[in-house]
Design a protein around this ligand. Structure first.
Ligand SMILES: C[S@@+](CC[C@H](N)C(=O)[O-])C[C@H]1O[C@@H](n2cnc3c(N)ncnc32)[C@H](O)[C@@H]1O
Length: 249
């Protein structure tokens, strides 16, 4: 049973937490740019929250992939409620065989930190690289490995609490506790890998320009001090990389 099978509904509800829209969603779509007409692969799509937003933003073909049957069930249920034309596949992203070079964009919202080893991370990155056309880009979010929790760190006012070892080593579990707007709590964990392991994995997969993007705040919220603590030490972080047009460069 996949980790998210037991928390699928709670996780979907957490998409209503206040940081999702002005930070997570804003940063993602800002980094993606104009995706109208593009073919997009949404790896670790969960319940299809972003899959559907990508389609609504004008993407052409959008496919979501997730290892959790329950998450995919929720995504398909939404598609049945209101058909947007999103397709879903239930599969471990590490085993997913994409159409080679078909995607203009790969979106990986909280996939990569489920790799507990460099080898697994390279596998995830290879799948993304295979999926992309030359010049295509991956954009995603991750646990913020640039600032791992040493002990418990509370972002409670944003609904997030994180716990990790004082000295995080490769593959160490990072435990998250979310508190939804209605007070319901749930937990899950991902894995810490050093920032240099990310650099290495992206390079080994064939990317040349992997970079952490930080997070940005929707300009309409810029005067709101509620976000100061989040922005000072973001619990999550965006990244991007481009598949070289010339593999030799
Ligand atoms: C934090 S949720 C994010 C869901 C969605 N991307 C979003 O932002 O709403 C992480 C998702 O990653 C999925 N996941 C974890 N490991 C995976 C793997 N190896 N292959 C595919 N999906 C995976 C989980 O099932 C879960 O749905």
């Amino acid at each position: 049973m996949a980790q998210y099978d037991a928390i699928a509904d709670l996780y979907q509800d957490s998409k209503r937490l206040p940081f999702r829209k002005p930070i997570e969603r804003y940063t993602l779509f800002d980094a993606l740019g104009d995706i109208r007409g593009m073919t997009v692969l949404d790896l670790a799509c969960g319940g299809g929250y972003y899959t559907r937003l990508l389609k609504r933003a004008g993407a052409g073909e959008v496919t979501g992939v997730d290892e959790s049957r329950e998450m995919i069930r929720l995504a398909r249920r939404e598609e049945e409620r209101e058909a947007l034309g999103c397709a879903y596949v239930c599969r471990d992203a590490a085993d997913f065989e994409p159409r080679i070079g078909a995607a203009d964009r790969v979106v990986a919202m909280y996939l990569l930190h489920y790799a507990g080893t460099c080898e697994k991370l390279v596998r995830f990155c290879r799948v993304c690289h295979d999926a992309l056309r030359p010049g295509g880009r991956i954009v995603g979010f991750n646990d913020n490995v640039l600032s791992p929790p040493r002990g418990t760190v509370s972002f409670r006012k944003y609904g997030i609490e994180k716990t990790g070892p004082r000295t995080p080593s490769e593959g160490a579990p990072i435990r998250y506790r979310f508190t939804n707007d209605d007070g319901r709590q749930f937990e899950f964990h991902n894995f810490f890998l050093e920032p240099r392991t990310y650099d290495r994995a992206f390079r080994e997969a064939g990317f040349r320009d992997f970079q952490w993007l930080g997070v940005s705040l929707d300009p309409r919220e810029r005067e709101n001090p509620f976000w100061d603590d989040f922005l000072r030490d973001p619990p999550v972080i965006a990244f991007t990389a481009t598949k070289p047009s010339d593999p030799g460069t």
